[in-house]
Write a protein that binds this ligand. Structure first.
Ligand code: NAX
Length: 330
């Protein structure tokens, strides 16, 4: 049997935490043969909820769950962490100014990045879910100078999965028939779900669905899917977000595997300048993973429409980076 892998989850007393914990503990992340040691980080107000979740975890008696530790101290939570899922954050509330939003998150992700830098295992891999996810990941990364920058990522897998699901529905085909969908840019309303390289059973998606749909209502629907869920369900995306975080992490650690050309996923990773995205920004790209490392799928043709959409979302990321720089948060 393997030694346990240490997984630190922040915001463990919240909704996504509650949805993710049981699947991680059950072995959905790394398989039935890999024990997991869970570290749950909360703020004092969230500790009781995390403790309650831990009681229920005990009551599941998962053979893959080696231990559960709950703390409100980041230095304890990230000690020896192999995987850090940063879910707890201060998302934007109605009427909140951008500066206040970024300052509140700087106060969370700066210290967490520092604690990861000082305490985590050498192989630590960080996935930021809490919004604004890309910029929170950038803040954490900038506070962890001793950790290779590519270990910091932000979640756009939920957007990717939404984009695949909505394309499959429009094409009247199972999701397994879909390849080559990309989310570019920021996990925000400016994100660009791109079907220009997508295929349905190997045929170009844009030969099957209406191109004006793909470049209009579709983009809007994917970007606004979170609002649609709130409207219909009466609450935000929780199980699908937890699922996406698990899929992102599993693909990163275990690889996206042998897949046919054009089959990739999306993740926000540190740009090395690919596709004109300024180096250092944490932006969503088409990616595959092997050996525990993401790589950007290169060489895709970017037409004028895509160029404009990618540039607009990347400009938003650059503006967020400039704002956190001006606030002295990085
Ligand atoms: P909840 O409010 O239910 O849970 C958040 C939890 O984080 C709370 O228990 C809170 O006490 C805790 N927390 C706050 N600050 C903390 C800190 N400094 N350290 C540790 N824990 C802390 O929100 P939930 O529905 O679980 O959503 C969590 C985050 O995911 C939000 O920021 C949300 O905007 C974001 N999302 C990101 C998505 C993505 O695709 N990247 C999609 C889903 C979701 O909207």
């Amino acid at each position: 049997t393997h030694a346990p892998i240490t997984i630190t989850l922040t915001g463990a007393g919240g909704q996504i935490g509650y949805a993710a914990l049981f699947r991680i503990a059950a072995g959905d992340l790394l398989g039935p043969d890999q024990p997991v040691a869970l570290r749950l980080l909360e703020i004092p107000q969230g500790m009781r909820a995390a403790e309650g979740a831990a009681l229920e975890l005990a009551d599941c008696a998962f053979p893959t769950l080696a231990s559960v530790e709950i703390t409100d101290d980041a230095n304890v939570a990230f000690d020896g962490a192999n995987v850090a899922l940063l879910v707890g954050s201060r998302p934007r509330s109605a009427g909140m100014e951008r500066g206040d939003l970024l300052a509140a998150n700087g106060a969370i992700f700066g210290p967490q990045g520092r604690a990861i830098n000082d305490r985590a295992a050498d192989d630590v891999r960080v996935v930021v879910v809490g919004n604004p996810a890309n910029t929170n990941a950038l803040i954490a990364q900038q506070h962890a100078p001793d950790v290779p920058s590519e270990r910091f990522t932000a979640l756009t897998r939920l957007d990717h999965n939404r984009a695949v699901g909505l394309l499959a529905a429009e094409a009247g085909t199972p999701v397994a028939d879909i390849s080559g969908v990309t989310i570019w840019g920021n996990h925000s309303a400016t994100q660009y779900p791109d079907l220009s390289h997508a295929t349905v059973r190997g045929r170009p998606a844009l030969d099957i669905v209406d191109a004006s749909w793909a470049r209009g209502p579709y983009i809007e629907r994917v970007a606004q899917r979170g609002a649609e869920i709130i409207e219909v369900r009466g609450g935000s995306s929780v199980a699908s977000a937890a699922n996406a975080a698990i899929e992102h992490t599993r693909d990163w650690l275990l690889g996206t595997g042998e897949r046919s050309a054009g089959h990739w996923t999306s993740a926000a990773i540190v740009s090395r300048g690919e596709y004109g995205v300024p180096a250092g920004l944490i932006s969503s790209f088409p990616v595959t993973s092997a050996g525990g490392n993401w790589s950007v799928v290169e060489g895709l043709d970017i037409d004028a429409f895509s160029r404009e959409r990618i540039d607009a979302s990347v400009a938003e990321l650059a503006a967020e980076r400039d704002a956190v720089q001006e606030l002295g948060l990085i």
